[in-house]
Ligand binder design. Structure first.
Ligand SMILES: Cc1ncc(COP(=O)(O)O)c(C=O)c1O
Length: 388
């Protein structure tokens, strides 16, 4: 499992204060396999579980790839005897560059963005340079930091559930990565772009702001609220995206990072870029057809907003406190007198999978917004679980 560590990588890690033990652990992150799985919370949660009737536990899309994407993937399968029949990877990078308005050399693809999140911690944090993150937030960066024994500074979300970026900017003058998930997982709440831009201009010198926009397509102001322009401008940022959410491609494993080339090179240092360039061509072809399909994006946004509003209505009429407002395909419910662990179990007994436990809020559960039928299944289970 432990890949041989290249000399230049060894030099890089040792010069930044990594011990030999930490260095081996960094190699394990790049080696993938079981390590990658435990760093990826949604995927780890999926492993070894019996499929529930209603699956609203992992923030997946309720439906598969867009029709045009599925057709493109099928066509690519037919010519998959070739390594690169139509330069699918190049096509993907060009499509991303056109949509995001960033130069091609500012884009790096991955089999999912978890990979890049974990790598950003290895590349920019160290025993002397912490990871600064909100609490609660998406766990991959924190899990990578914990695994590497890199210091972690947790900064609670503000009362309106946005990131407290003023506190995050000053909590450690030696921060390596400041991770900002926008909208945040698990809350679905937004942090204003003006605040994130302020952070980028006022953060400690040498730290990198990792902006995770996994759920940005679902948000009210999309497409006017992405921060890819900060990557194009060469700021100290890495903007992370995934095809696992609105594009319904979680199992096809594609994500990408936008940032200036010298930052991207640090993410690639450890394997010479081989992983980022080895995407299966049906997945790449599906992504190219999907990212340009504005009509399907709009249709999915509309369905999500309707199903989320229906769910908010159902829950608030029953007196439950929701954390929010959520602009993404998730909602958090505060049961107040029940633990999220017992509610997870109770829903599982009704054939409904809700999310893992977020330890900071032990009475709060996250549900994902699925299809109308999924949500009706959730409502039926709710009526049994809550009135039981
Ligand atoms: C906030 C956030 N970022 C990144 C990811 C990574 O997704 P993937 O590795 O499937 O691209 C997820 C997955 O759930 C997520 O919630």
């Amino acid at each position: 499992m432990i890949h041989r560590i290249r000399e230049e990588v060894k030099d890089d890690l040792l010069s930044r204060g990594y011990s030999r033990r930490q260095m081996m652990r960094a190699a394990m992150i790049f080696g993938g396999g079981a390590t990658a799985l435990t760093l990826s919370p949604e995927m780890a949660f999926a492993q070894g579980r019996q499929a529930a009737k209603v699956r609203i536990g992992q923030n997946e899309c309720w439906t598969g790839p867009m029709a045009g994407g599925a057709r493109a993937a099928a066509a690519a399968i037919a010519v998959s005897n070739r390594y690169s029949p139509n330069d699918e990877h190049g096509q993907l990078v060009r499509a991303i560059a056109a949509i995001e308005k960033v130069p091609e050399d500012h884009i790096m693809t991955w089999p999912g963005s978890n990979e890049a999140l974990a790598r950003s911690v290895v590349a920019f944090c160290s025993p002397a340079r912490s990871l600064v993150q909100a609490d609660p937030t998406y766990e991959t960066s924190g899990r990578a930091a914990k695994f590497l024994n890199v210091p972690i500074k947790n900064v609670p979300l503000k009362a309106d559930y946005s990131h407290d970026l003023r506190a995050m900017s000053t909590t450690d003058g030696n921060a390596g990565v400041i991770y900002v998930c926008n909208p945040n997982n698990p809350t679905g709440t937004m942090t204003a772009n003006s605040e994130i831009e302020w952070l980028v201009n006022n953060k400690p010198q040498g730290s990198i702001v990792v902006i995770d926009e996994a759920y940005i397509h679902w948000t009210r102001d999309y497409p006017n609220n992405t921060l890819s322009h900060l990557a194009a401008e060469g700021k100290d940022v890495l903007v992370m995206r995934t095809f696992s959410k609105i594009f319904g491609m979680a199992g096809m494993r594609i994500g990408y990072t936008m940032g200036r080339p010298e930052l991207l090179a640090k993410l690639r240092l450890h394997d010479g870029g081989s992983l980022s360039n080895q995407l299966p061509i049906p997945s790449a072809a599906c992504a190219v057809a999907s990212i340009t399909d504005t009509a399907s994006i709009a249709a999915r946004r509309k369905t999500l907003m309707e199903n989320r509003a229906m769910t908010v209505d159902f829950l608030t009429k029953r007196g439950l406190k929701l954390i929010g407002p959520s602009e993404a395909n998730m909602l958090m419910i505060d049961w107040k007198t029940k633990s999220s662990k017992e509610m997870q179990e109770a829903f599982r007994n009704q054939g409904v999978q809700i999310a893992r436990v977020f330890p900071t809020w032990p009475t709060v559960s996250r549900i994902s917004i699925g299809s109308k039928e999924d949500m009706e299944g959730f409502f039926a289970a709710f009526n049994k679980v809550v009135s039981a």
